[in-house]
Design a protein around this ligand. Sequence first.
Ligand SMILES: O=P(O)(O)OC[C@H]1O[C@](O)(COP(=O)(O)O)[C@@H](O)[C@@H]1O
Length: 335
Amino acid sequence: MSIEDLESIALAMVAPGKGIIAIDESTKTIAKRFEAVGIENSEENRRAYRELLLTTPGLNEHISGAILYDETIRQKTRDGVPFTEVMKKAGIIPGIKVDKGPVPLAGFPGDVVTEGLDGLRPRLEEYARLGAQFAKWRAVINITEDNPSSTAIEANCHALARYAALCQEAGLVPMVEPEVIMDGDHTIEVSYEVHEAVLRSLFNALYEQNVMLEGTILKSSMVIPGKACDEQASVEEVAEATVRVLKTCVPASLPGIVFLSGGQTDEQSTSHLNAMNRMGPHPWPLSFSYGRAMQQAALKLWSKDMKANYADAQKTVHARAKDNGLAALGQWNGK
Ligand SMILES: O=P(O)(O)OC[C@H]1O[C@](O)(COP(=O)(O)O)[C@@H](O)[C@@H]1O
């Protein structure tokens, strides 16, 4: 696949007013989400829930793509249609999470590094055959008094760049996700400094590994104080700091940037995105790739009565997609 093909997929992922729905929770993570609302973490419940999300009427009006998990990309609707077929028919680009999750970084207490590079080439080839057009890898950066170490930043960014190069070789657009975690009592200034160090290291590593930025998407966290920080920031402060760090570190040749929600409420995640886009124009489209902030309301509703609330849960997904789609244009006017 040529760089032009990768670039056109990347541009379609961040088409005006559209974003990504992240439904790639690993079995361990979806277990936590299900447990919180009293749903049994069985394969059938996971399949049924992902079917609900992917078959939401009108989803493609505001959603360009969906990130799936290894189990999900192989699953089908109740009627036996592969999820990837349903998505292609609706014009929703199939994506796949390919990392194997974070593990403690030896020698650096509190830091983690994401695994999954061993055997990645054949796995990517298989995902491409199954219909994936982009892939995602998440690095986790923790903030404490002693973290992150520069070693953790470099190790994670090196892995992200190795993964990204392999994706492009396999004809998949890499979505590179360094998530700076919101847990802790750090200030917005500390969050800014960590984002700056991580993004500088990431783009340096991408350059070193010959990754073509024109065929790459960045999935970023926002510059936000830790959840336990006494000084919380206003929507404008978060938006301003996030845009500033991105402008400082991210080359304009990147086709787009999407955000994760990272534990923000639905309203926060939408307001922050909206405020950033109101500060535009920016060198790249700024959109969303939310997991929890796209799904949590629908999951809660569905958990109360899987049959009776099915259609209403889908309406909630559509409403969240619409709000975030408007925020991606800076046109969201609140609830
Ligand atoms: O821990 P896991 O299973 O890799 O999942 C992490 C989740 O974080 C995300 O990267 C972002 O999700 P949120 O928007 O909920 O923060 C999702 O794509 C993914 O499902």
